[in-house]
Design a protein around this ligand. Structure first.
Ligand SMILES: [Zn+2]
Ligand SMILES: [Zn+2]
Length: 177
């Protein structure tokens, strides 16, 4: 096999694995302690197959909305905490959070957060401080100020000068077909 075809194969395999990132569906602590019927149900949101006839959501919707598969309560954040003093790309299942610090150490230090699910950026919400659940906890849309200084995009902390917005629940169309 030539080097060239080998590297293409590696790319193809990497892509396939990336898209096949597991859905980190989960149950809330209360539901995890119960026993569940072994039948299959259908998801109330997308008609996908649930892991038990007693569950409201399938694994995709549970992961995307960070809600318990059974009772739809918010799941506690599961991803390891990251250092907000350092730029980094953080991945958890299908979720990716890209955090960048610009002009580090200067007076105009800026913070940029990009959030995507299943290979697609989460669409810009209507209002500042609209937020969604992620494996790292609530992420807030703080807008895209023209100045380099301060926070931009998706941040763990809401913009303090503005009221808290509404909860965004990404639709299934955010998924790669
Ligand atoms: Zn579903
Ligand atoms: Zn539950």
């Amino acid at each position: 096999m030539s080097h060239r075809s080998f590297s293409w194969m590696t790319v193809a395999i990497t892509l396939a694995l990336g898209l096949a990132a597991p859905a980190f569906a989960d149950l809330c602590p209360q539901c995890r302690n119960r026993s569940h019927t072994k039948d299959i149900g259908s998801c109330k949101l997308c008609d996908g197959r649930t892991n038990s006839g007693e569950f409201a959501l399938d694994m995709d919707c549970s992961d995307r909305l960070q809600e318990c598969e059974q009772c739809r309560k918010a799941l506690p954040p599961k991803a390891p905490k990251f250092n907000e003093k350092q730029s980094g790309i953080h991945k958890y299942g299908r979720w990716v959070y890209e955090y960048t610090i610009s002009n580090e150490g200067s007076k105009s230090e800026g913070y940029y957060g990009k959030l995507s699910y299943f290979g697609r950026p989460i669409p810009e919400p209507a209002d500042i401080n609209d937020h969604l659940r992620t494996p790292w906890g609530l992420m807030h849309w703080v807008g895209q100020p023209a100045v380099a200084f301060g926070s931009h995009g998706w941040m763990l902390q809401p913009r303090p000068s503005r009221p808290l917005g509404k909860l965004i629940q990404p639709t299934a169309s955010v998924k790669v077909p």
